[in-house]
Design a protein around this ligand. Sequence first.
Ligand SMILES: Cc1ncc(C[n+]2csc(CCOP(=O)(O)OP(=O)(O)O)c2C)c(N)n1
Ligand SMILES: [Mg+2]
Length: 888
Amino acid sequence: MTEETLHDSDPQETREWLEALQAVLEQEGPERAHYLLEALIEKSRRSGAFIPFSPNTAYVNSIPPHLEKRSPGDHALEWKIRSIIRWNAMAMVINSNREHAGIGGHIATFASAATLYDVGFNHFFKGPDHAQGADLLYIQGHCTPGIYARSYLEGRINEQQLQNFRMETKGRGLSSYPHAWLMPDYWQFANVSMGLGPIMAIYQARFMKYLHNRGLANTEGRKVWCFCGDGEMDEPESLGAVDIADREKLDNLIFVVNCNLQRLDGPVRGNGKIIQELEGVFRGAGWNVIKVIWGGAWDGLLAQDKTGLLVRTMNDTVDGEYQNYKAKGGKYTREHFFAKHPELARLVETMSDEDIGQLNRGGHDPHKLYAAYWEAVNNSNGRPTVILAKTVKGYGMGEAGEGQNITHQQKKMGEDELKAFRDRFKLPITDDQIAGTPFYKPAEDSAEITYLKERRKALGGCLPARRPVNEKLPIPALATFQRLLDASGEREISTTMVFVQFLQTLLRDKAIGPRVVPIIPDEARTFGMEGMFRQLGIYSIVGQKYTPQDSDQLAYYKEDIKGQILEEGITEAGAMSSWIAAATSYANHGVATLPFYIFYSMFGFQRVADLAWAAGDMRSRGFLLGATAGRTTLNGEGLQHQDGHSQLMANLVPNCRAYDPAFSYELAVLLHHGLREMYVEHEDVFYYITLYNENYTHPAMPKGAEDGIIRGLYLLSETKKPGKLHVQLIGSGSILREVIAAAELLKEEFGVTSDVWSATSFNELCRDGQDVDRWNLLNAEKKAKKSYVTQLLEGRKGPAIASTDYVRAYAEQIRPYVPMPFYTLGTDGYGRSDNRPALRDFFEVDRRWVAVKALKALADAGTLGPEKVTQAMKIFGIRADKPNPVTV
Ligand SMILES: Cc1ncc(C[n+]2csc(CCOP(=O)(O)OP(=O)(O)O)c2C)c(N)n1
Ligand SMILES: [Mg+2]
C-alpha cells in the first residue's frame, strides 16, 4: 500500500494514537518510540496482517530541527571564505579555457558541493597531525577546482599553479582530477572514474578495521569520507558493495552523496526521487541514512504544516519538477509547487517570489550539514552512515547554468552572469576586473585566512595530503627460498603450488610474515591454499559464531577477528579494492603491507581493468597473481575461463611489471626481486605474475640466471657447435616446455640444432627496446645503444621462433629488436574445453607445431627445402586444411 492509497477512516482514532506516540517521544525519547513501533509491527505481522517493508521515510530531513547539533563556528566568516573559494574555483576553469579553448573543467559540480566540503574542512576532517590520525577523503572527481581553491587560500598552492589548472606537462600545473601519480604529495586516491571511489572507500574502511584488529596500526577514530555524485550512484560499483559496509560494521565510513538531482545529460531520476531511491537501498543494506533535504528557510513552513499537506506534496513531487524550481525561480515555484493546493499557496502568500526563490536546500545550509556530520561522526551505532544532501547543480551560476540540463559542461560565464555571481557572494572584484576573472586572496593577516588556517590547525593540518612512509623492510635473502631454486627432482608441481610454498615461507618470517595480506575471492581451494584457513585464520569482524562444518579436519574453516586472510567471496572488484587499500597502506596508514591477491587470470585485468589503472595511478605496491593462466593450460573450463591475453592487458598499466614464468626458480627470483624493489627500494611499481596449474618437474636454476629472469630473457641451453641448420627457440610459461621438447624433436628427427631461451616477460623486453629506441632518437649522433634482446641474440645463428600460451601479439612485441628473421606462435581465438594436448594442437602451439614453424623458418631462409616442411607435417599428422583457430 502506498501513502496515497492509505485512507483515514477514523481521524479521531488516528489522532489518539499519534498523541500517544508524541507523549512517548517527549517523555521517553525516540528510541523507546522506535521500540514500541517495532513491537506493534511485529504483533501485526504475527497476527497475519500484511505490512510490507518500506525503507522510505518522508521527504524531509532525517534530523528534526530541535535535535540538530549547532555548529560552533563563525558562520559569517565561513560564508565569506566559502564565497571566495567558490569564486576562485569558477575562475580557475574559466581562465584555463580562455587561454586554451577545450582544456575543460567543471564549474557546476563544485558549485553544488561547496558547502558539503566547507563544513567538513572547518569542523570535521582530521588532518595528518591529528592525535587520532588523519581521516581519508575520497573527493568527487569533478570537484577538484574547489579543493585547489581552498589549498590556494591555505598557501599550499600558488597562483601560477591555479593558472595552470589542467596544464601539467611542464610540471607546474594542477591535475584535472585526483591523481596520486601526478600530485603524489597531495592526492591519495585516484577518483574520477565513476563508481571506483565508492567501492574503494568501502574496502578502505574495512582494511582499516583489519589493520587495527590485527594490531598493525591504530586506526580507531579515523574516518573514511567518500563524496560522490548522485548520478555516480548509477554505477554497479557504487552500490554493489554497500551490503559489505554493514556486515563489516564499518562505523568508520561516511558517504556523502551530493544529490544535485542531475548528472551529465539531464536529471538523474526526473520521474522519481533519487534521494528516496538511495534511502531505500542504503537503509535496506543496514546503513544509517541521514537525509539533508531542506535548508533552515523551510523550517518555519514545515512547522506550520499541521495537516501534513506540505510534506505530502514534497513526497509527491518528482525530481524533474524540483529541478525546474531552481532553474526557473521563485515565481515559478509558487505557481507550480505551492499552487498545487490552496492551503499551500496560503502558506507562502506573505512571501515575495524572491523569498520563495531563497528557500534553500539542505546541502547549502551549513547548519543542517553540521548536524548531519556530527551525527555521522558521533552516533553511528556501529554502522556506516550515508548523508543524502540535496543541492543545486550550478548553484550561483544563475542564468549560466543553475539547475539547467546543460550545466555540467559549462565552462564559461558571460560578464553579466559573473557580476551576478560576484554580487550574490559579495566578492571585492570591480567591474573593470570582472571580465578577466582574477583570482582573489585576502591578505595573510585577514580574518578569513586566519580563521581558515586556525581551523585546519585545530583539526591536525591541511588535507588532502599524501604522506608515504618508506620503511626498508627486512626482506629475507633469496637463499631462504632455496628449495624453490633447486630442482624439484621427481616431484611434479605447478607454478601455483610453487607460489603457495613461497608465500608459506614468507609468512613464517617473523618480521615480514605479519605484514603479508593474502587476498582470495572464493578460490583458495582451486589454488591449493585451503591449508592457510586454519593456519592464518580468515579475517572476520565478528570472529566465528558457529562451529565450522569441518571442525574435525586439520585445515578447517577458521574465521577470526585476528585472521590474516581476506576471503572476499565472489567479488573481483571488491578483492581488487582490498588489494589497493593494502597496496597503498604505506602511503595512507604509515605501515607497508604486502598484499598478494590471487585470482583466476581471466577474471583479473579483463574484469577490473579500470581498478588496475587506478591502482597504478595511486602508486600501489604489491603482487597480483593471475592463476589458472594460459589458453591451453587451463584445459577443461572452456572459453570464458581460458586466458590468453591478460599479459597484454597488464602491459597497458605503465607501472605494472608483468611476468609469465615457467619454472619454480624463475618465480622465486621474480617474487623476491619484487619484494626488494617495492619494499626496500620503494619503487612505485606493482607485479602481475601468471601462474599455471599444470604439474611438471622443475630444473635447478642455471648459474647467473637471475639478471636475465628479471630483465625478461635468458639462455636456457645452447648448442656449442651449431650445425648448418640452426634455430633460436624462445618460449614462456607453460609453453616453454613444448619449446624444449621441440628442440629435441628438431634435433632427432630433422638434424636441426638450436639454442633455447626462456622469456619471462615479453612486456619488459619490449619496454627496454622502446626505451633504447627513444634514446637513440634523441642522441642521433652518438653511438647507438642496443636493446637487451638485440644484445642477447646478436651473432646467434638462424631464425628465431617465439611461442607462448598467449595471443601472438604478446611475443610479437619484441619483433623490432630481434636481429634475425622472427616468427611467433600463440593462442589467438576463443578457448574451448578439451585436454591439454588437444588444445595445444588446436591452437598450434605444441612441440610439433613449434618444430614445423622452425623448419618453415629455415625454408624461408633458403637453408632447407620447403618439402621438408610438408614431410614434417605428414609425420606429425598436421593437415594443410586445418581450420584457423582464430575463426572457429
Ligand atoms: C566510469 C565513468 N563514466 C562516465 C564518466 C563521465 N562523467 C563524468 S561526470 C558525469 C556525470 C556525473 O554526474 P553526478 O555523479 O551526478 O555528478 P555531479 O552532478 O555532482 O557533477 C559523467 C557521466 C566518468 N567520469 N566515469
Ligand atoms: Mg549529480
